[in-house]
Ligand binder design. Structure first.
Ligand code: BTN
Length: 245
């Protein structure tokens, strides 16, 4: 597999490959030592989504992965901060755009899914963060729970390299703010952008679906669901908007 070293992008060593199976797999060959490395690919032949779903390629869309050291107790907060950084990248390019974060970190634009994030662990503290952003077009998805949208169909003309550059700078800025001031101010901003915050939602988990009110995000980044039987802390699951009854 060959990569091209492109340039230093917002402090990251940026490599690009033409075609890979998945940038989440290939990064493991590149990310040796402590350098901040990011790998993007023009095309993925075996792109993976969450819960065993596939992530279909469209030339011109963005597929990239980087590695990150995250202490186990920080993980759920950092997961939210990655989504927040992606949402802020879109907002910086298009301040009037209808940008939402679906807990914990999918970004929605104009009511359609714009990006997805797949975190996979190499060890307890070493993670690969794989991100797909629909820049030019939404992929055709047969088994998707949500319609997919793209930047271009919303009139946002940012190319994949610019998006990557702005995102990496935004993520570094967000993580610095987290280290300096803690999670609270970022959580407040995250909630301003949260899809259906204080509304009725369902959380689909492996074996059950829970329905209730999206009442809060706790200090770990977990969702607090108010159900008929009380408040429940949701650590993982897929969020769906439920019609008011
Ligand atoms: C999701 O299901 O929402 C997560 C999608 C993650 C897709 C990205 S594209 C870059 C990286 N490589 C992969 O194989 N998956 C992630």
């Amino acid at each position: 597999m060959s990569y091209f070293y492109k340039q230093n992008l917002s402090g990251w060593e940026w490599y690009e490959a033409e075609t890979v199976t998945s940038t989440n797999d290939e990064i493991k060959n590149l990310a040796v030592g402590n350098a901040a490395v990011v790998l993007s690919a023009v095309c993925q032949t075996g792109g993976r989504g969450r819960r065993g779903r596939s992530w279909q390629p469209v030339i011109g869309n963005l597929y990239f992965t980087y590695t990150l050291d995250i202490a186990p107790k920080e993980l759920s907060r950092v997961v939210c901060l990655i989504g927040l950084s992606l949402a802020e990248t879109v907002i910086a390019a298009a301040p009037q755009a209808d940008v939402k974060i679906k807990w914990p970190n999918d970004v929605f634009l104009g009511g359609k899914k714009l990006s997805g994030i797949l975190l996979e662990n190499l060890s307890d503290t070493h993670w690969v963060v794989g991100i797909g952003v629909n820049i030019v077009a939404a992929p055709q998805l047969s088994n998707a729970s949500y319609a997919a949208g793209s930047l271009q169909e919303n009139g946002i003309m940012l190319d994949r390299t610019d998006f990557l550059r702005y995102y990496l700078a935004k993520f570094a800025e967000t993580m610095q703010a987290y280290r300096d001031k803690g999670f609270a101010p970022l959580k407040k901003r995250w909630l301003e952008l949260a899809l259906n915050y204080r509304g009725r939602i369902s959380i689909k988990q492996e074996n059950e679906t829970k329905t209730g009110l999206f009442s809060a995000l706790d200090d770990n980044g977990y969702l607090i669901l108010k159900t008929e039987t009380g408040e429940e802390r949701i650590v993982a699951g897929d969020l769906f908007i439920t019609k008011e009854q």
